[in-house]
Design a protein around this ligand. Structure first.
Ligand code: 0RA
Length: 646
């Protein structure tokens, strides 16, 4: 090839690459899902994923993640360092290729153990394209190299800036606020939860997470070090720490089956809920898929075989179903798949058929061994399954009764619901209000055209501790189902919800801004989480934020949601304003409630979105479970929705 043609090729390629990066900036959602809070955090996951890949290849064991004082994020690892030598085809350094060309990430290293995930695995160049500034530092062969970028374009060729004995890669990026217009502020809790999760999913790696934006009383940054030697086994103990186990050990395995790395851990507890979290290439597969299918079939087949042989089922009058084997089960499945096919609405459902049988076999062998070696636990599990089958029968009857009642009630809206006049669910909202008196105020204050009010009496049932038929028999809970228009499903089958029948697209929980109020919000959220998860997943659930203070002087008045706002308002009024602290919604009149909490042009609603189902599960089980001390500690330290990322 002549020099001339090579040059032309080079410039043609670089134009294409430029277009690639421009395309990311033009259509960011195609690469990172959205440009809201979730997409923003996705940038961090993308960069960390690359270091995790390096660790999974056995090249590094420590990853540092920091939110810096200026709001940027730095990710550092002690791996081999991204190569900086000239890339023959592109005529620029390999580092620059990785950073500025779409789809270049890691491709030139075929030996590395690398699996790409759903939304993840789009490449660090995407992060670069969506950052107003980014800097890569590579420690390699005794030297320190550096390159900086602006909105994905390199500012200068890679340069050597010093010498070092370190090895590794360090990257710092500033998300572009012209792309992430909603916010560029990273959430400590969201990132911390993901780093914890990653450390459980990749045992042996140490992930240090630091927030440098604030210092504590001692002048120190907030730092958490995540490291798990036992992986999923430890993850189960973390998730179920607030539940009471019924067997003596976490049952687990970590193996390769038919060239697919499979890790599984499970335990049975005294609760009535099933909690299975599944991962593919470190990504939470919310919608399940073939690995989950394999898990279920392996579990059912093995336990059923054991139960049949045990003779314990002989007197049972009805069939045992798959669900019965999963009551009180907490399990995690993690598989690594070279070319995952992701399907489903949110692209979090694994489609690869070849995964079913290896997972099913692995789970079968693991359980068989355990049951054989622990006959007492085996008996306990079978007895639990029998109880579950009996309870399922009772629950089915209760549910049928409720549904019959609803149909016979002619339209059947609960008497306590004050409905709105608008018919289009997309325009309608319903306020679930704590207590009849606040419900009355809300009813007067609302805009009846599109706002419905549903008062809830006192504390609603703690579904975390109740058997399912008790849940369906509970009047408040039935009222919520009928008011919303959806069908009562089961936690195992949230699709049975018929969510297209939902009568209000905004379901707003409005409780007092105190400990009792947040307890009630949590009860309602727990109920949604267990029995109407789809409602949360589709973003229909909100929490209203009533003010804490009214600051008033003469004819001036301002509301405040925290102490800082209160003091600022007071200062604006000259410092001697009267301050009323609202102890509950009941102390506000209809006009005040409308102005502060219900008027769409003024109110702030916190949308409940669950990034990490596992984290939410842990929080709910802790808040609603039997163990009192951790709950008290949490409620004292946090607002109830702190971890739910409202
Ligand atoms: C490909 C080849 C080599 C290193 C890496 C990728 C690498 C990428 C990242 C991304 C974040 N941290 C990383 N660490 C390493 C090196 C191949 C060699 O040295 O032979």
């Amino acid at each position: 090839m002549s020099e001339e043609i090579k040059k032309n090729n080079y410039s043609a390629d670089s134009i294409q690459a430029l277009e690639g990066m421009e395309h990311v900036r033009m259509r960011p959602s195609m690469y990172i899902g959205d440009v809201g809070v979730r997409g923003l955090h996705h940038l961090v996951y993308e960069v960390v994923d690359n270091s995790i890949d390096e660790a999974m290849g056995g090249w590094c064991d420590t990853i540092g993640v920091a939110i810096n004082e200026d709001g940027s994020v730095t990710v550092e690892d002690n791996g081999r360092g991204i190569p900086v030598d000239m890339h023959k085809k592109e005529g620029i350094s390999a580092l620059e290729v990785v950073m500025t060309k779409i789809g270049a990430g890691g491709k030139f290293d075929k030996d590395s153990y690398k699996v790409s995930g759903g939304l993840h695995g789009v490449g660090v160049s995407v992060v670069n394209a969506l950052s107003k500034h980014m800097k890569s530092t590579v420690f390699r062969d005794g030297k320190v190299y550096e390159q900086e970028y602006e909105r994905g374009k390199s500012m200068y060729p890679v340069k050597q800036v010093g010498e070092t004995t370190k090895r590794g890669t360090m990257q710092t990026f500033y998300p572009d606020d012209t792309i992430f217009t909603q916010t560029t502020e990273f959430s400590y809790d969201t990132l911390s939860a993901r780093m914890r999760e990653l450390s459980f999913l990749n045992k042996g790696i140490t992930i240090t997470f630091t927030d440098k934006r604030e210092v504590d009383d001692k002048g120190e940054f907030k730092v958490e070090v995540f490291h798990s030697d036992e992986g999923l086994k430890e993850y189960i103990r973390y998730l179920d720490g607030n539940r009471e186990p019924i067997i003596s050990h976490v049952i687990s395995m970590d193996n390769e089956k038919g060239e697919i790395p499979v890790e599984v851990a499970l335990i049975y507890n005294t609760s009535y809920t099933e909690n299975i979290f599944s991962y593919v290439n470190n990504i939470n597969t919310h919608e399940g898929g073939t690995h989950l299918q394999g898990f279920r079939s392996g579990l059912t087949r093995t336990l059923k075989k054991y139960a049949d042989a045990s003779g314990l089922l002989d007197k049972l009058k009805f069939e045992i179903t798959g669900d019965d084997f999963r009551e009180g089960l907490t399990a995690i499945i993690s598989v690594k798949v070279q070319e995952p096919q992701f399907e489903g609405q949110t692209k979090t459902k694994l489609g690869n058929r070849e995964v079913v049988s290896p997972v099913s076999q692995a789970v079968g062998e693991m359980l068989e061994n355990y049951l054989e070696e622990n006959p007492n636990d085996a008996r306990t599990i079978v007895q639990k399954v029998i109880l579950a089958a009996q309870a399922r029968h009772a629950a089915k009857k209760a549910r049928e009764m409720v549904q019959r009642k609803t149909v016979m009630g002619g339209g059947g809206l609960p008497g306590k619901l004050s409905d709105c006049s608008e018919q289009d669910p997309a325009k309608c909202e319903v306020y679930l209000v704590e207590g009849d008196s606040a419900g009355g105020t809300a009813k007067q204050g609302r805009d009846r055209a599109f706002q419905a009010i549903m008062p809830l009496r006192g504390k609603i049932l703690n579904v975390e501790k109740a058997m399912h038929h008790k849940v369906f028999e509970n009047e408040e809970i039935r009222n919520i189902f009928t008011a919303l228009g959806v069908t009562i499903g089961t936690p195992e089958d949230s699709k049975a919800l018929n969510i297209e029948k939902l009568r209000y697209h905004k379901v707003i929980i409005m409780c007092d801004a105190d400990v009792d109020g947040s307890h009630i919000s949590t009860l309602i959220l727990t109920f949604f989480f267990r029995f109407m998860k789809e409602l949360i997943e589709q973003g229909h659930v909100y929490i209203a934020a009533p003010p804490l203070y009214l600051v008033k002087k003469g004819n001036k008045k301002e509301y405040a949601w925290n102490d800082d706002q209160r003091d600022a308002a007071n200062a604006r009024m000259g410092g001697s304003a009267g301050i009323q602290r609202y102890k509950g919604l009941g102390e506000m009149n209809a006009e005040q409630l409308w102005e502060t909490t219900m008027d769409p042009s003024f109110r702030t609603l916190r949308q409940v979105n669950i990034d990490s189902l596992a984290e939410a599960d842990q929080v709910f089980s802790m808040l609603m479970g039997d163990e009192v001390p951790p709950r008290r500690e949490f409620i004292e330290k946090n607002a109830v929705y702190a971890k739910i990322d409202a």
